[in-house]
Design a protein around this ligand. Structure first.
Ligand code: GLU
Length: 445
């Protein structure tokens, strides 16, 4: 079977950690199976969907390195939904109902007060044509409900295992609002049928939609796809996540300078039995992907942990993987510079600060001018390599008697202006003799 999945965000905002996890799980599953990944923009909510959000979502997914083979928009497909509506009406599976939200609320309260489940009582099914005409004459507009068949719906969830839902215990879902617009339930099923979606993989918050949707697939004479509902995200302390939190938006992560591969690696491994670790590519992550590894408990999303993973990833990246982006940052130190500093970076753009430390000008910090003067006298002539630091500090130690921190720290402060940083045996040849001499004498260089 060829696998076809879709990622179906609504363009009513930018992507955040929660929904990219859905995108990544879909992408990895499709990649592993050699299948197809479709991007579907669920933009039937005209009020809240915008073109700018749609473009932003595409940008976010592309930045993560996820490619889609096809893009569809629900707003282009309304005629298909209308056709499905006609079919359902003819079959008697779609019926008009006229209750206002207040009336429905009152019914619910009464049922709860009587200790009954708050399920829609199907009063609308009893309406005669005259009743309906009278309600419409009052100015009421119908919403349309899908008549569920009162039977057990069973599916083998890819994550949750076998699921049973007694459809007789559910309210008939509203498919069309009073203003004629579609809720998500029906368009999603029509699209999944037309696009040949084989696996619907989405968050656990959609579990309750599945039984009605399976009945919709069947009513529309289609075989329902497989379903998988993955665990949702909570914060580091188990708290609910706020979509407004900038550190959770892909745009925010990007602006912060995080590596897309770190974000993907993190999102793909939290809430699974695999260790959280940086991976080299989507292919490597896809190879390891397995629904059986997803935990049923919520996955913890901790921006701090993501930052650490990002640093870990940078520390392993070869120069070739970052050369273009370093050039964009104006960092032209080549491979020797990258190898010297990558272990000290939290985000790639930190490389720029170390490049300034190499090329200057920086303000050296001179704690002991006499010591630095002695070091100046012993500074070897160029050419320099990674041995130079050892040769030089050996000579300074012999001359001054300083050793350990007392030997290295004043030299680091003078040469870099910083108490910590990359290994000096690698930085020194990049700084070069001329600048090193000036800095050891306390001059900005
Ligand atoms: N637009 C829906 C969402 O963003 C899609 C749900 C689904 O995948 O079926 O939650």
């Amino acid at each position: 079977m060829t696998v076809t999945v879709r990622f179906a965000p609504s363009p009513t905002g930018r992507l955040h950690a929660g929904n990219i996890r859905t995108a990544i799980i879909n992408a990895l599953f499709a990649r592993k199976a050699g299948g197809t990944f479709i991007l579907r923009l669920d933009d039937t909510d005209k009020e809240r969907s915008t073109e700018a959000f749609a473009r932003g979502i595409e940008e976010d997914i592309a930045w993560l390195g996820i490619e889609w083979s096809e893009k569809v928009r629900q707003s282009d497909r309304l005629a298909r939904y209308d056709a499905a509506v006609e079919k359902l009406k003819e079959m008697g599976r779609l019926y008009p109902a006229y209750e206002t939200p207040e009336e429905l609320e009152l019914k619910r309260k009464r049922q709860l007060a009587r200790g009954k489940p708050p399920v829609y009582d199907r009063a609308a099914l009893e309406l005669t044509d005259e009743d309906k005409a009278a309600l419409e004459a009052e100015g009421r507009k119908p919403h349309w409900r899908f008549k569920l068949e009162p039977r057990d719906v069973v599916w083998e969830d890819l994550v949750r295992g076998r699921q049973h839902v007694d459809a007789g215990s559910l309210s008939d879902p509203v498919l069309i609002r009073g203003d004629g617009t579609f809720l998500y339930t029906l368009p999603s099923v029509v699209d999944d049928i037309d696009l040949g979606v084989t696996h619907v993989i989405r968050g656990e918050d959609h579990v309750a939609n599945t039984a009605p949707q399976i009945q919709l697939f069947e009513a529309l004479s289609a075989k329902a796809p497989d379903f998988g509902h993955h665990n949702l995200l909570v914060g580091a302390e188990g708290q609910a996540l706020s979509k407004r939190d900038k550190s959770l938006s892909i745009q925010g992560m990007r602006e912060e300078g995080l590596e897309p591969l770190a974000v993907v690696s993190y999102a793909a491994t939290i809430g699974t039995s695999d260790p959280i670790a940086p991976h080299d590519s989507l292919d490597v992550l896809a190879e390891a992907f397995d629904f059986g590894k997803l935990s049923r408990a919520p996955a913890r999303f901790d921006p701090h942990e993501l930052g650490l993973l990002n640093a870990k990833l940078l520390h392993t990246l070869p120069f070739s993987a970052v050369a273009d982006r370093l050039a964009e940052l104006g960092v032209t130190g080549g491979e020797a510079f990258w190898d010297a500093v990558r272990g000290n970076l939290e985000v790639l753009k930190d490389a720029k600060d170390w490049w300034t430390v190499v090329t200057g000008p920086i303000e050296p910090v001179i704690d002991d001018p006499d010591f630095c003067a002695a070091a100046v006298e012993l500074l070897p002539l160029e050419p320099w390599d990674e041995e130079t630091w050892g040769t030089w500090t050996g000579a300074v130690k012999a001359e001054t008697g300083a050793k350990g921190k007392a030997l290295f720290q004043p030299l680091r402060l003078a040469l870099t202006g910083q108490p910590h940083g990359p290994e000096l045996k690698q930085l020194l040849p990049l700084i070069g003799r001329e600048r090193a001499l000036k800095r050891l004498r306390g001059e900005a260089a």
